[in-house]
Structure formats: structure tokens, C-alpha cells
Write a protein that binds this ligand. Sequence first.
Ligand code: THU
Length: 147
Amino acid sequence: MRSNKPKPAPELDRDALIRAALDALPNAYAPYSHFTVAAACQMGSGRIYTGVNVENASYPAGTCAERTAIFHAVAEGERVLTAVAIVGGPEYIVEDYCPPCGICRQVMREFADPETCVVILAKSVWDYKEYTLEQLLPESFGPEALE
Ligand code: THU
């Protein structure tokens, strides 16, 4: 019999998530802003999906790393975001924490429990800041409002 109980979140390996984001960073495509970003999402299955920012000569057509990573996971059938690590900086150099933009926070919210979803802003595997999505997007509007 299939249970409809929510599955427990997979264990979070912060080191692996941050490394996945750092490994993806060379693929960022940012010839206009020269600000390169990569994200790695851990999804409900435990699998990690990466994404990078992909800019466009028609500037608004570009998209952020976090959204690329989340849409990558959703396209593979995932629906639950449990954690995300973000790295970024000018020309592939990570010299500071790179917080997610407001649109990306809202896209995270679509697939996450804000109280438990972990958002990691990393400079390296040893140097990172960690928040819940609730801290970064309080009083949020989500899919249950439309049920
Ligand atoms: N960017 C991201 O990829 N994620 C964010 O959350 C912040 C901004 C990208 C978008 C654009 O390609 C570049 O950084 C400068 O805004």
C-alpha cells in the first residue's frame, strides 16, 4: 500500500552540495554582467541537481543559476526542494557570499517547506552561511494559498 505521509527529508551532506555548486561554476554563462553564479539543489529523492546563470544578448531572457538548477530537477521529475547551495562572484571568482534574488526565493518556495528548506551561501566548503527559506522569504505566498 502506498502511504501519503510526507517522506522524511534526505540527509543533508553540506560538503557534497557546496562542492557540486563549485564544480558547476565554470559552466556559468555571463558574458554581459561578468557575474557568474552556480547552484546545487538537493531534492526529495536525495539527488543533487546543478544549474548556472545563463545570460542572453536580449538581457531579460537570461536566467539565474538557482532557477536553472530547480527547473533542471523538476524536469527530471523531482517536486520537493530540501536544500540549495549557491556560489558566485565576478568572472568565476568566489570572493563573497552570493544571496539568491527575490524571484529565485519565490521559485524555491514553490517546491519547498520554508521552515525546513536549507539555503547555503558558500565561499568554500569551509566558509558558508546557512539559512532556512523562511528566514530569507518570511510571510511567503505559496501553492497552498491556491488550493
Ligand atoms: N544571478 C544569479 O544567477 N542568481 C542570483 O540569485 C543573483 C543573480 C545572476 C543573474 C545575472 O546573470 C547575474 O547574476 C548578474 O545579476
